[in-house]
Design a binder for this molecule. Structure first.
Ligand code: HEM
Length: 196
């Protein structure tokens, strides 16, 4: 502990001298990791899946992708509301300003994508005229209403946004995971341990 952090930090102990995230924040984080690990790869491969006669196989990919994606939206809204009342522990006192700025920018970008990406995907499917019902019902059994009439112009714009969002996700996740590895293996400053 130093002069900047004269009082105890949240979750501070011998293994976490700079404090740590609370258990709810950790659950939100790692559940999101699992869901992204489903939504991102399925999103990228769907267009390469050729039909199997009735298209059920490809539909299965849409169903998994869309349900995982929409769950990310719900989990992220809950997470942001939770975070508003339970702020993250402060950056470690010794973290250089450039790293603070980079971390904050990456985290904000990821939060923005966690909300915008599923929203664009969701409204794109509606605008294409394929709401989440029947073969793509939410979680396989929750048939959502049609939110709008089909509109090709809107659908095309949203799909473009969703594609760009997918690549932005890859860039920000690479920065995020790269930074976690850098902190853990090179800087050895305990940053990764704050989320474990
Ligand atoms: C955080 C959540 C999500 C992520 C990370 C994600 C990611 C992606 C990615 C990377 C692609 C491929 C884009 C391309 O190559 O052009 C994609 C395609 C797609 N996504 Fe999502 N997505 C998410 C949520 C959703 C949701 C909630 C829906 C709908 C309810 C959805 C519907 C679609 C559809 C219909 C495609 C086009 C697949 C095709 O026919 O090629 N996505 N998504």
């Amino acid at each position: 502990m130093d002069a900047t952090h004269a009082t105890a930090l949240p979750g501070q102990d011998a293994a976490h001298p700079d404090g740590q995230y609370g258990s709810a924040a950790k659950w939100f984080h790692w559940i999101t990791v699992g869901l992204i690990a489903i939504a991102l790869p399925t999103g990228f491969v769907i267009k390469f899946i050729t039909g199997d006669g009735d298209g059920a196989y490809k539909m299965g990919f849409y169903a998994i992708h869309e349900s995982a994606g929409l769950t990310i939206l719900f989990a992220s809204i809950a997470r942001i509301l939770w975070k508003a009342r339970h702020p993250a522990p402060p950056h470690p006192a010794g973290l250089p300003p450039i790293m603070r700025i980079a971390a904050t920018a990456t985290h904000h970008g990821l939060y923005a994508l966690l909300i915008l990406q599923p929203l664009m995907g969701f409204f794109a499917t509606n605008a294409w005229g394929f709401p989440m019902r029947d073969q793509t019902a939410y979680l396989g059994f929750i048939h959502l209403p049609k939110f709008m009439e089909a509109s090709e112009g809107l659908a095309t714009a949203l799909s473009w946004g969703h594609t760009i969002g997918g690549y932005l996700f890859v860039v920000l996740l690479a920065a995020h995971i790269g930074a976690a590895i850098f902190h853990h293996a090179i800087r050895r400053d305990g940053t990764l341990m704050r989320m474990l």
